[in-house]
Design a protein around this ligand. Structure first.
Ligand SMILES: Nc1nc2c(ncn2[C@@H]2O[C@H](COP(=O)(O)OP(=O)(O)OP(=O)(O)O)[C@@H](O)[C@H]2O)c(=O)[nH]1
Ligand SMILES: [Mg+2]
Length: 280
């Protein structure tokens, strides 16, 4: 995870500037490709994208799906009009994404054809919160073989477009938007996947939140990883004792336990977990 990503501080000035820039860029595209983290598909949304997208189609990419629960991925995908479940590190995405974009914009392509435009090139832009995998996703679909499209005159002067294939091109820089920190739960979820800095939250509180969630939503997972019974009164304490994360006086080493558990959670050592599910 890049240090820069987790240490970004969003000030009102930053936000206004990022918003203006993105508004300009979005005017130029036919479709927005919004990356979400498949482990927290709602909390990893961009809070103002809906407003900025102005009725343009949005293809939701549930990225890092290799880290989330497969059944939950499917439930989430059904919630969105246009969605792909994706692992940008291990899959070859170019064809899948191009096909999906063309399918979503089928009507637009047909209208262009009716007007006599033989070859309409569709333009897309990738957006998402820090660390969601934008660069990895773009590198994946663009691959090295593809040359950068030329600079175009006019409004697009400073923008670089990369050709994915003969039908679709992509803005070469993704739009980074601030994460949703509107409530404590969203902030916790973003911290659990490592998208925002720990400093904004109480780490111990975060670990208890995670352990409680795991116990109720993924029974057996904690037991399997740490060999403790899950109905312990204080799971953090039980795990620390089992793992011998102790101080000289036989008290548990809370700091160590908290850091170790957060590390295990973020590296998915406990398994494929979705920290947010579709609301019933
Ligand atoms: N397991 C897994 N890791 C991924 C996936 N996509 C990206 N990553 C990892 O997530 C981290 C962040 O990826 P980036 O592509 O740098 O994310 P970004 O959105 O460009 O981040 P910023 O530019 O800092 O906003 C890296 O460690 C990637 O290797 C994925 O599909 N699965
Ligand atoms: Mg990046």
């Amino acid at each position: 995870m890049s240090e820069k990503a987790v240490n970004i501080n969003w000030y009102p000035g930053h936000m206004a500037k990022a918003r203006r820039l993105m508004e300009e860029q979005l005017k130029l595209v036919d479709i927005i490709i919004e990356l979400r983290d498949a482990r927290i598909p709602a909390a990893s949304a961009n809070p103002i994208l809906k407003e900025l997208s102005r009725n343009k189609p949005v293809l939701i990419i549930l990225n890092k799906a290799d880290l989330s629960d497969e059944a939950a991925n499917k439930r989430w995908a059904n919630q969105f009009e246009h969605c792909l479940i994706v692992d940008s590190l291990n899959e070859n995405l170019s064809k899948r994404v191009v096909e999906k974009v063309k399918e979503i914009l089928k009507d637009k392509l047909e209208r262009a054809k009716a007007k006599g435009i033989r070859k309409k090139v569709l333009r897309a832009m990738v957006v998402g919160i820090p660390n969601v995998g934008k660069s990895t996703f773009i590198n994946n679909i663009v691959r090295k073989k593809v040359a950068k499209a030329e600079n175009r005159p006019g409004v697009t002067k400073s923008l670089q477009w990369i050709r994915i294939n003969e039908d679709v091109e992509l803005l070469d820089t993704p739009g980074v938007l601030w994460p949703k920190l509107e409530n404590q739960d969203d902030a916790r979820l973003l911290a659990l996947i490592g998208s925002i800095n720990d400093d904004v939250l109480d780490k111990e509180d975060l670990v208890y939140f995670a352990l409680n969630y795991l116990k109720s939503s993924y029974p057996g997972v904690i037991n399997k990883r740490y060999e403790v019974t899950e109905d312990e009164n204080d799971l953090l304490e039980a795990i620390a004792r089992k793992k011998l994360w102790l101080l000289n006086n036989n008290e548990i080493n809370r700091e160590k336990a908290v850091d170790q558990l957060l590390k295990d959670i973020r590296s998915s050592k406990i398994g494929r977990i979705s920290w947010q599910d579709v609301r019933e």
